[in-house]
Write a protein that binds this ligand. Structure first.
Ligand SMILES: [Zn+2]
Length: 112
């Protein structure tokens, strides 16, 4: 039980316990680790390496991806900030500079 989870807001690894709450010293987010599952709607989304992704994570695209309606592909190495997990085949909702709002498949990204 010494391994505390990262902050769900900013992914800081420096969260500390205060009673039953966890507090993040970097973004001042406070949360109850017991609630974590409920807030995520039970969605389990893993990246190409099998790491669990969470809302607000930053991921990197691992291969060039064609984008419907865009003249250029989304390039490998593109950083995608502040993702949102959604249900479905394309399970990451995000906004990418130059492309706008779009959806990605988690198998084509890795956690940054
Ligand atoms: Zn934080």
């Amino acid at each position: 039980m010494s391994d505390l989870p990262n902050c769900p807001k900013c992914d800081s690894a420096y969260a500390y316990e205060d009673g039953s709450m966890l507090i993040c010293p970097e973004c001042a987010h406070e949360w109850n680790p017991q609630d974590a599952g409920a807030e995520e709607d039970g969605l389990i989304v893993k990246d190409s390496n099998g790491n669990l992704l969470a809302d607000g994570d930053t991921v990197t695209v691992i291969k060039d991806l064609k984008v419907k309606g865009a003249s250029n592909p989304l390039k490998v190495g593109t950083r995608v900030k502040n993702i949102r997990l959604v249900e479905g085949d394309h399970n990451i909702d995000c906004k990418i500079d130059g492309f706008g709002a779009m959806k990605l498949k988690s198998e084509f990204v890795k956690k940054a």
